[in-house]
Design a protein around this ligand. Structure first.
Ligand code: NCD
Length: 320
């Protein structure tokens, strides 16, 4: 089971065999999570601290449950009541927590690159739970597991990623992962929501849903990230829904068995029709949430394993 990473900062740093290792291990946790007794002792005695500097519902809950099910002591720092509000810098906060000897630090931050910076300052394993528009690696891994289970494979699929691609770390991590696993990726967005330099991504680029969705196996919708917009990126939500909102009519351009995904939180009636989102024959949105806990358990187990091995080596060298 190859997994060499010291931190999980982005999909960019993972090789295809490491991605497969995470997904295979996560499969075992999917089974465990469906049992009544969900507890293992893989992280027993270890401390996990979650630092969320940006709002989160599912990712924060998912990391917290994942750590608890692995038997770790889990602490979620509430930024609203922390010294961050008194002007403490990210690095000072991280160094303070680092001095309390955590083993795993889960961080979400609104600035791209903040989590990488932090990882260079602490001596525990760091997991990126989303940094600005940069990466959200556990989201891409849980999406990959959801796709692999629904389609029976994770290669040679046509995946359409639609909506606010410019502001989305989910899109970025997904297109890196899906590219590494040799899938065909289509990006569909109005030109104002397409990232600059998109022609270098090696994806097919569309601004029309009918063309872009043709023959897609997977349709991944994205939220309009209004908190990252500083002006008029779309004419109106009504107009946006009309052109880019996924409903049964537009989904009919994709393959008849295409699955519908969304990382959440969803804006029903803006990027996706509510009835379609709830259609268990097409939508795997709830599966994504379920896979999230299993994937995070797998990532934390693998990082903890590497951390223990590293500490063992250091101790052996010191004793020699
Ligand atoms: C995503 C995020 O925070 O990047 N949500 C999530 O983690 N489930 C996507 C989003 O906020 O739209």
């Amino acid at each position: 089971m190859p997994f060499r990473a010291r931190h999980l900062l982005g999909i960019e740093h993972l090789a295809p065999d490491e991605i497969t290792t995470v997904l295979d291990l996560a499969e075992r946790y999917v089974d465990l999570n469906r049992r009544t007794i969900k507890r293992t002792d893989v992280l027993a005695g270890m401390t996990q601290i979650n630092m969320f500097f940006e709002n989160s519902t599912r990712t924060q809950a998912s990391f917290e449950l994942a750590g608890k099910r692995l038997g770790a002591d889990v602490m979620t720092m509430s930024v609203a009541q922390s010294s961050v509000k008194k002007g403490e810098t990210l690095i000072d906060t991280a160094m303070t927590l680092n001095a309390m000897q955590p083993d795993l630090l889960v961080v979400r931050h609104s600035s791209s690159g903040a989590v990488n910076l932090l990882a260079s300052k602490v001596n525990c394993a760091v997991l990126n739970a989303g940094d600005g528009r940069h990466e959200h690696p556990t989201q891409a891994l849980l999406d990959a597991l959801t796709i692999r289970r629904a389609k029976g494979r994770l290669h040679r699929l046509t995946v359409a990623i639609c909506g606010d691609i410019a502001h989305s770390r989910v899109a970025r991590s997904n297109l890196i992962l899906l590219g590494k696993m040799e899938n065909r990726i289509r990006l569909i967005a109005p030109p104002t929501l397409m990232p600059s330099g998109v022609s270098e991504f090696g994806c097919e680029v569309y601004d029309d849903m009918a063309e872009g969705l043709k023959d897609a196996d997977v349709v991944m919708m994205l939220r309009l990230q209004k908190e990252r917009m500083d002006g008029g990126f779309i004419p109106s939500e009504r107009e946006y829904y009309h052109r880019y909102g996924l409903d049964a009519e537009k989904l009919a351009y994709a393959k008849p068995d295409a699955i519908v995904m969304h990382p959440g939180p969803m804006n029903r009636g803006v990027e996706i029709d509510g009835t379609l989102a709830d259609d268990i024959n097409r939508s795997v949105i709830q599966d994504q949430v379920e896979m999230g806990v299993a994937v995070r358990m797998a990532c934390m187990e693998l990082l903890a394993r590497n951390l223990k091995a590293e500490r063992g080596r250091v101790a052996a060298e010191a004793g020699a």
